[in-house]
Ligand binder design. Structure first.
Ligand code: GLN
Length: 261
């Protein structure tokens, strides 16, 4: 019944989205858009980097799990396609789209630079970079970060941000958790990482590290979206409708309750 209702809602949304597209759109349904080359095999191959809790991590069964994984599964169900998840390094996600993978979901921030290689879905989550410091650290402002040894995950917006901090030494790691371990071991002055994972890491090392809000450092709000192959507008349209549907039918909030603390 619930499913029937959400399908119905999807239909209604599609109708309005397609109307919005005006004449010339030959898409006929929100379900697998036949015009999407990417979806034509009925499989959505999704790249992720399962090192970014609570968005993606390796579950007890050894498979990628987390908010993003559940979200992309809900999107795929909405589109009527299967999901295959490929776990890889964050820095390879964008370049793998169109070859190894169809799309990527990885708490990925929409940036102008990435937009040169991929398209993005409608954003589904807002976040910000946070600063993790040792519990006894005096760091509290942007200026305090100048000249310090700062850790990040390679290829992330935290990495790009450190590059702009005057005199800072940028230590890049393949996994944010390795940076956090080096912070705890005294090898770094701070780690710059997205808000939700920062909260998870801080609670994993309670009493040892502090989670400082990036707002106090003048950092900007970032939007997470699904990275898509450039130019497959039918795929983008179908995924955007699916995200809207999932937000409107309560599925999104259910996933927030399930995965975010
Ligand atoms: N949001 C950050 C980015 O897009 C970090 C994402 C991640 O590490 N998974 O660069």
């Amino acid at each position: 019944m619930k499913k029937y209702f959400s399908l119905l809602l999807a239909g209604v949304l599609t109708a309005s989205v397609l109307t919005g597209c005006g004449a010339g759109s030959n898409a006929s349904s929100a379900k697998v858009d036949i015009n999407s080359k990417t979806l034509s095999d009925g499989v959505l191959t999704v790249g992720t980097n399962a090192e970014f809790p609570p968005f993606e991590y390796v579950g007890d069964d050894g498979q990628p799990d987390g908010f993003d994984i559940a979200l992309i599964k809900a999107v795929a169900e909405n589109l009527g396609v299967e999901v295959v998840v490929e776990n890889m390094e964050f820095d390879s996600l964008v370049s793998s789209i169109g070859s190894k993978t169809d799309v990527a979901i990885a708490g990925m921030t929409v940036t102008d630079e990435r937009k040169q290689s991929v398209d993005f879905s409608t954003p589904y989550y807002s976040a910000m970079q946070h600063v993790l410091v040792p519990a006894d650290s005096a760091i509290s402002t942007y200026d305090d970060l100048k000249g310090k040894t700062l850790g990040c995950q390679l290829g992330t917006t935290g990495d790009f941000l450190i590059e702009d901090i005057e005199g800072a030494t940028n230590q890049q790691y393949n996994k944010a958790v390795d940076a956090v371990n080096d912070l705890v071991n005294g090898r770094l002055d701070a780690v710059i990482v997205d808000s939700n994972p920062a909260g998870v890491f801080a609670s994993n090392f309670q009493g040892q590290i502090k989670d400082l809000n990036g707002e106090d450092f003048g950092f900007e709000i970032e939007e997470y979206a699904i990275a898509l192959p450039k130019g497959d507008t039918a795929l983008k349209e179908a995924i955007d409708v699916a995200i809207t549907t999932i937000k409107e039918d309560g599925t999104f909030d259910k996933l927030v309750d399930e995965y975010m603390k």
